[in-house]
Structures are given as C-alpha cells and as structure tokens.
Ligand binder design. Structure first.
Ligand SMILES: FC(F)(F)Cc1cc2c(N3CCN(c4nnc(C(F)(F)F)s4)CC3)ncnc2s1
Length: 493
C-alpha cells in the first residue's frame, strides 16, 4: 500500500455527508478498501462533531438548522495517512518475512509496533477507536488496537490477517485459510494482556467472551463495517451529534445494501437502534432489522450470540411492548445458558443484571398500576405466555451459572425474583405446563396446590436464608456493595 491513490484524492475536500458516502462507495467497490484512509476520515469527522465541537461564535448560526458538517481537507488526511504508513513500514523489516502469509512472530511484532506508542492513560473513554485517535493522541481502546494491527497488515500487503470479533473482545486470524488466531490487544480491567498467544480450544469452549468458537471473522469489507459500526456519535452522556449519527446510519445502509452486514449481527443491531431514533423513509422498521440480526446469528453462528436478543428486548421495553420484551429476554438467556460464566464475562452479566433487577421489576410495577386502569385480561400479570417467558428468563440464568467457576446469582437476584413472581396473578401461575428437558410434564391444574405450596416453600426458604445471611454478615466485615445490599434487603423485607 503506497500513498493515497490519485482517484482517492479527487473526493477531497469532503464538505457534506454525501461526499463521505461517495468516498466509501468508491472504496467498497475495490477488493482492498483502504482501511487506514477510512478510519482516519471517520476519526477526523467524529472528533470535530463530538469532541472538539466548533462552537459557532455568531448567535444566529447556532439556532439555524444549518448543519455544522466540517470541511475535511486532503492535506489533513494525507498528513495523518503518511504518518501511519511511515510508522508501520519503518518498524517492520519485511525482508525478514519472505512468506506470503503472516507468521505468529510477525503478528506479535506488528502488535508491538502499535502497542509501544500507546499512552498508559484512560483506555475505556469514548472516541478512542480510530486511527485518528492513535495518530493524534496515542490512545486506542481494545477494539482500536486490534483494528490498527489489521490496517497495518494491509499496508504491509498481507491479505490473510483479519479482524475476529466477539461481543466484547477482538483478536486476529491469519495464515493459510485463516486457521491461526492471535491475541493482539488487552481485554477488560486488571487482566494481563495475552498478546501473541493463540486462542486455544480450552479458552474458547463454553466462553461467552470467545463466543464458544463462533466469532465474527471479518473480510476487508466487514472490517469497514466494524469501523462504521464503531462510530460513536455521543457528544456527552445525554447528547448525540445528529450529523455523526446520520453519517453512521447512511454508511450502515450502504454496507447493508452491499451485503456486508449479513454476517455481522451487532452491526445490524446498531442499525436497528439508529432506525428507532430516526427512521429512514422506505427502510424496514427496527424490529425487522433486529430480527435479521437474530437470524444472522442463527444461520451463521449457531445461535451463540446474545446481543441480538438484548437489542430486541431493549427496543420492546422502551416501546412498552412488555410481552415481546420478556420473550426476547427469555431467548437471550436461552442463548447464554450454554456458556459457563467466568470473570471476563462481566459485560453480558451487567446486561442481564439490569434486565432482571431493574427492567423487569420496573415493568411489573408499571403493569400493576396500568392494571387498575386497563381490562385485566390484556395485562402481562394475567398472561401465561409472559409468566412462562419470565420463568424461562430465570431458568436460563440458572443454567448459565451451573458448572461455572464464578457464581452469577446473589441475594439481590433472589429478592427481585420473589418480588416479580409475586406480581403475577395466582390464577396465571396455574395455567402453565412445566415441561422438563427430558419431556416429562408436570400438569398444571391437579398439582397446582402442591405447586403453589412448593413455591411458597421456595419463597419462605429464601426469606429464612436471607435472614440467616444478614445476621451472619452483620457479624463479619464484608465488601461494601454486598453488605449495603444485604442490609438494604433487611430493611425492605
Ligand atoms: F471489538 C470489541 F471488543 F469491541 C467487541 C465488539 C463490540 C462491537 C459492537 N458493539 C458492542 C455491543 N453494543 C451493544 N449495544 N447495545 C447492546 C444491547 F445490549 F442492547 F444488545 S449490545 C454496541 C456495539 N458493535 C459492533 N462491533 C463490535 S465488536
């Protein structure tokens, strides 16, 4: 990869969103789209529209609807592009690596070439995903380091090194028919990086972080989809840049129409979220896009991805379709139950913690108040399907915890389960058939008394244990969070 090609230079200066779309359309026609160029262009635009927002001096401009899209000069882009290409070519002596395919040694060297320039300051801030951030601030997040390594290999003219993505980690595949893997970045907080090491079957097996061997293995076009999906339009915790969001949405539709999102469930989920915020006329509704994300995981990844279901569940929750939200969340834990939870999986744990201990309780409270006003039949607390999905949600969490080294459930989960259970009407708890995995049925009506008696025992057990635990904990020093929770519970119950 030499300097910028003449044809690429003709797209500059970029003065509006359409100019960026045209540049990406051109690059995506090529079988080697220029990853370095596109990452720098998106990084420059994102920086101007979110981090260093040009505050218009004259008052009148600020309240016009006139977009504040920046003019991106070729000189700005070319300087950064040359800096990255020079840095990579100067740091890697290709004569030592005559092979057509990359070797593990070379992958480690290129990872070091990126790694050595990184400043040790905050890494989980926003807007640290692009080569612009690397070249101007020596900062990259976990994804950004992995992407920079892949962009570097494109510059070194290796076309076998590709990005491999799970729902919370990134690494590379390389070698003939991509059968080698290597860590090139760090993961999470307080974990030693394992850069250069292969991702072995024992690490992958039943691990959500490595999707049990079903990661998204990118080609060059999907690597473009990854940088577009990684655009962060946030200006701060509450405000997004409308221009940056529109650019991301239009670029995702471009990639969608070219077929480059079909094996990328999270990018489809991102697109569904953007369509909820600002629907594109003539495009399918968000639920259809979330459904495509789920189908993509089923067809290409053995239904091992979890986020497609939590995207859909979150959408239905926000739109008060509580019955559909419960169904999506039940299917989310149906996917996660095949994994064994371990300490590096806390991102997905936080998702389910929020669903079980915040979203569902809030939903049940809403519904309780709605009950007063609405006819009872339609409310979820009277709907056996909702109760069944509620139980399936928790059943999946419990199965996820089974055989795991790290526990998932703690007293807050039990407390919230009891609260939410009690919000379902006793009649509905008699209407469902519990069928165990081996097909054995426990019929609903006859045993209903024993069943509700059994449930009462579970609840009483829980309360007894809870009181015992609270007494025990009070006598011992305990880490802050848990003791607060337990004491809090003691006050509540
Ligand atoms: F490379 C890593 F390490 F960063 C892992 C990746 C994350 C991620 C992503 N995300 C992460 C999940 N994500 C979600 N946003 N909402 C989610 C849901 F909980 F609603 F499902 S999941 C935002 C975008 N979107 C596209 N591609 C990737 S690759």
């Amino acid at each position: 990869m030499a300097g910028l090609r003449e044809i690429e230079k003709q797209f500059f200066p970029l003065q509006k969103i359409q100019d960026v779309i045209d540049l990406f359309k051109h690059e995506l026609k090529d079988n080697e789209p220029n990853l370095t160029l596109m990452s720098i262009v998106l990084g420059v635009i994102e920086n101007i529209l979110t981090v260093n927002r040009a505050v218009s001096s004259d008052a009148d401009k600020s309240n016009t609807l006139e977009p504040i899209f920046p003019v991106i000069e070729l000189s700005t882009i070319e300087a950064l592009y040359t800096k990255f290409v020079t840095h990579i070519k100067r740091s890697v002596d290709k004569t030592k690596f005559p092979d057509k395919f990359a070797t593990r040694e070379l992958v480690k060297i290129v990872s070091d070439v990126v790694w050595c320039c990184l400043s040790k300051s905050f890494k989980d801030r926003a807007h640290l995903q692009s080569l612009y951030s690397f070249l101007t601030g020596n900062k990259l997040d976990c994804f950004g380091v992995a992407f920079a390594v892949v962009a570097a290999f494109q510059i070194l003219e290796y076309n076998d090194v590709h990005l491999s993505l799970s729902e919370d980690h990134a690494w590379v595949v390389f070698g003939e028919d991509l059968k080698e893997t290597a860590e090139v970045t760090w993961h999470g907080k307080g974990n030693e990086d394992k850069r250069g090491q292969p991702i072995t079957a024992s690490v992958v097996e039943k691990s959500w972080l490595y999707l049990n061997g079903q990661p998204v293995i990118c080609n060059r076009h999907m690597e473009v989809a990854a940088i577009v999906s990684g655009i962060n339009p946030s200006i701060n915790l509450t405000v997004d840049s409308v221009e940056m969001g529109s650019l991301q949405q239009e670029l995702l539709w471009l990639l969608y129409d070219l077929g480059h999102l079909s094996k990328y469930p999270m990018a489809l989920g991102n697109l569904g979220d953007l369509e909820e915020i600002s629907p594109t006329p003539g495009r399918p509704p968000p639920v259809d896009i979330f459904e495509e994300s789920i189908q993509s995981s089923k067809v290409h990844y053995h239904n091992q991805h979890v986020y497609p279901y939590t995207y859909l569940g979150g959408y239905h929750y926000r739109n008060h379709n509580y019955k559909k939200a419960l169904k999506a969340w039940a299917e989310a834990t149906n996917a996660v139950k095949n994994f064994n939870y371990n300490r590096e999986d806390e991102e997905i744990y936080k998702e389910f913690l929020e669903v079980g201990n915040d979203l569902i309780p809030t939903m049940m409270k809403h519904v309780a108040s709605e009950n007063a006003s609405r006819i009872h039949q339609t409310s979820i607390s009277y709907d056996p399907d909702c109760y069944a999905d509620f139980l399936r949600f928790y059943d999946g969490i419990c199965e996820w915890e089974e055989d795991s080294k790290t526990p998932v459930l703690h007293i807050t989960w039990a407390k919230q389960l009891v609260n939410s259970l009690a919000k379902f009407d006793p009649t509905v708890r008699k209407l469902i058939h519990l069928i165990s995995e081996d097909g054995e049925e426990s019929s609903s009506s006859s045993e209903s008394d024993e069943e509700s008696e059994e449930e009462r025992e579970i609840i009483q057990d829980e309360n007894r244990n809870q009181k015992k635990k609270v007494k025990a904990k009070k006598g011992k020093t305990h880490d802050k969070d848990k003791s607060d929770k337990i004491n809090g519970q003691a006050e509540d119950s």
